[in-house]
Write a protein that binds this ligand. Structure first.
Ligand code: ZN
Length: 49
Protein backbone atom coordinates (compact mmCIF):
# COMPACT_ATOMS: atom_id res chain seq x y z
CA UNK A 1 0.00 0.00 0.00
CA UNK A 2 1.39 3.35 -1.03
CA UNK A 3 0.21 6.72 0.12
CA UNK A 4 0.14 9.54 -2.35
CA UNK A 5 0.56 13.22 -1.73
CA UNK A 6 -2.26 14.69 -3.79
CA UNK A 7 -0.46 18.00 -4.23
CA UNK A 8 2.87 16.90 -5.72
CA UNK A 9 1.84 13.35 -6.69
CA UNK A 10 4.76 11.58 -5.01
CA UNK A 11 4.13 8.27 -3.27
CA UNK A 12 5.18 7.24 0.22
CA UNK A 13 5.41 3.92 1.98
CA UNK A 14 3.89 5.35 5.14
CA UNK A 15 0.84 7.49 5.72
CA UNK A 16 2.82 9.69 8.10
CA UNK A 17 5.31 10.66 5.39
CA UNK A 18 2.57 11.31 2.87
CA UNK A 19 0.82 13.58 5.35
CA UNK A 20 4.07 15.39 6.08
CA UNK A 21 4.56 15.93 2.37
CA UNK A 22 0.97 17.03 1.89
CA UNK A 23 1.10 19.56 4.71
CA UNK A 24 4.36 20.94 3.34
CA UNK A 25 3.14 21.03 -0.24
CA UNK A 26 -0.11 22.76 0.62
CA UNK A 27 1.57 25.51 2.65
CA UNK A 28 4.70 25.95 0.48
CA UNK A 29 4.84 26.05 -3.27
CA UNK A 30 8.10 24.08 -3.36
CA UNK A 31 9.04 20.55 -2.46
CA UNK A 32 10.63 19.69 0.85
CA UNK A 33 13.72 17.68 -0.09
CA UNK A 34 13.96 16.07 3.35
CA UNK A 35 10.51 14.60 2.78
CA UNK A 36 10.50 14.04 -0.96
CA UNK A 37 13.77 12.09 -0.89
CA UNK A 38 11.91 9.47 1.12
CA UNK A 39 9.25 9.06 -1.52
CA UNK A 40 8.83 5.75 -3.31
CA UNK A 41 10.03 7.41 -6.52
CA UNK A 42 13.24 8.74 -4.92
CA UNK A 43 14.01 5.44 -3.19
CA UNK A 44 13.41 3.58 -6.45
CA UNK A 45 15.81 5.90 -8.25
CA UNK A 46 18.50 5.35 -5.63
CA UNK A 47 18.09 1.57 -5.92
CA UNK A 48 18.33 1.68 -9.70
CA UNK A 49 21.93 2.82 -9.53
ZN1 ZN B 1 3.87 16.49 -1.73
Amino acid sequence: MEYRCRVCGLHYASKKLAEECLSWCSSHSSCNLAVSRQSVEAVRMRKAR
